[in-house]
Design a protein around this ligand. Structure first.
Ligand code: FES
Length: 358
């Protein structure tokens, strides 16, 4: 017998044809595989003589009928199955026991030797217990023959051809969840600010910062110490132009801001003269203003008032304004010397250096 197995279509075609070889079976006729089926047909009447004459009706064509005839054993097959199928089905139980129930078992018994080798049918069925299980389950579920054949094929296909054990479905590889990429957001900024504040408040940073600040201050102080203390002041002697620039009875404020003096051309005790009045109030040192309309000097700090001559007449000022030295230079220009002061209460206004007669 060859190892080549008949397909289900070939087996069913042979059964439908009542033993006549199909093209597919013709191709396999040369091999000894289909021989048991071909030989089972003539032997069937010998073992099942009663049903054989009754098997003269039309041969079953559908797969369901064929499978029902096979499952029904010798008695069932004798009613409607063709002689070859009935004989094949009847020969198996007669030789080894009850007919196979599952489609896979039936097909296995036919492939394994058919009616010509009755003992091989249970052996073939027992050789593939794993494949028969799903078919029996399908039968119990009321599946049709075609569905049971498909189920049997599927069961065989999923089983290991060497051991017959069903192959385990491939395990799913569960990949670890891909970590979500964090977006730069408010939480990152908060972490950054918290870290920056922590660094700024650390004692080490404060210690180093204090050291750097102290070192910098010491360096600046040393640099200032190396520089001389020079007071930059305006010159004490300066020329203010010719006497003709100052008209009789006028008070010039031209040099108030620059040199702190008023140049007055006034008549005192019947003598017309030019003198330089200090702009420093004799009360507390404020700078009074010349009020042309009132012809007086008025201190804005405490209200002291002074005449054009410089004599105080109102307010807290205790004494008259002071005069600076003035002279007529060789070039005909008036020259003021602020290093010299003349006080009326001391009788110094009579000194010639305190005025220039005009
Ligand atoms: Fe001039 Fe007091 S400072 S009135």
């Amino acid at each position: 017998m060859s190892d080549k197995k008949l397909s289900t279509e070939d087996i069913l075609a042979q059964i439908r044809g009542g033993g006549a070889p199909t093209p597919a079976s013709d191709a396999a006729e040369d091999s000894p595989a289909p021989a048991p089926v071909e030989e089972a047909a003539p032997e069937a009447p010998a073992t099942a003589s009663a049903p054989a004459p009754a098997a003269s009706g039309p041969a079953p064509t559908s797969t369901t009928d064929i499978m029902a005839a096979i499952r029904g054993g010798g008695g069932g097959a004798a009613a409607g199955a063709p002689p070859a199928a009935a004989a094949a089905a009847a020969a198996a139980p007669a030789a080894s026991g009850p007919a196979p129930s599952g489609t896979a078992n039936i097909l296995a018994s036919i492939r394994g030797g058919g009616a010509g080798a009755p003992a091989a049918a249970p052996a073939a069925a027992a050789a593939k217990p794993k494949a028969a299980a799903p078919v029996d389950t399908a039968k119990a579920a009321g599946m049709s023959a075609a569905e049971m054949i498909k189920a049997a094929r599927a069961g065989v296909a999923r089983s290991n051809p060497e051991t017959g054990a069903p192959e385990q479905p491939p395990k799913k590889v569960v990949l670890p969840a891909k970590p979500l990429k964090k977006k730069a957001g408010a939480s990152d900024r908060r972490e950054f600010l918290a870290g920056a504040i922590g660094v700024l408040l650390s004692p080490v940073v404060w210690a180093w910062g204090s050291l750097v600040a102290a070192t910098t201050a010491s360096g600046l102080a040393m640099a200032r110490f190396m520089m001389p203390n020079v007071l930059v002041e305006p010159p004490t002697k300066f020329k203010i132009g010719p006497p003709t620039d100052y008209g009789a009875g006028t008070v010039s404020t031209k040099w108030k801001a620059q040199f702190g003096v008023w140049i007055v051309n006034d008549e005192i005790d019947g003598q017309q003269m030019i003198y330089a009045l200090s702009t420093v109030c004799t009360h507390l040192g404020c700078t009074p203003n010349w009020l042309e309309g009132e012809q007086k000097f008025k201190c804005p700090c405490h209200g002291s008032g002074f005449y054009k001559t410089g004599i105080n007449f109102e307010g807290p000022a205790p004494r008259p304004l002071e005069r600076h030295g003035i002279s007529l230079a060789a070039d005909g220009m008036l020259e003021v010397d602020k290093s010299v002061k003349f006080q009326r209460e001391l009788g110094q206004w009579d000194i010639a250096a305190s005025f220039v007669p005009v």
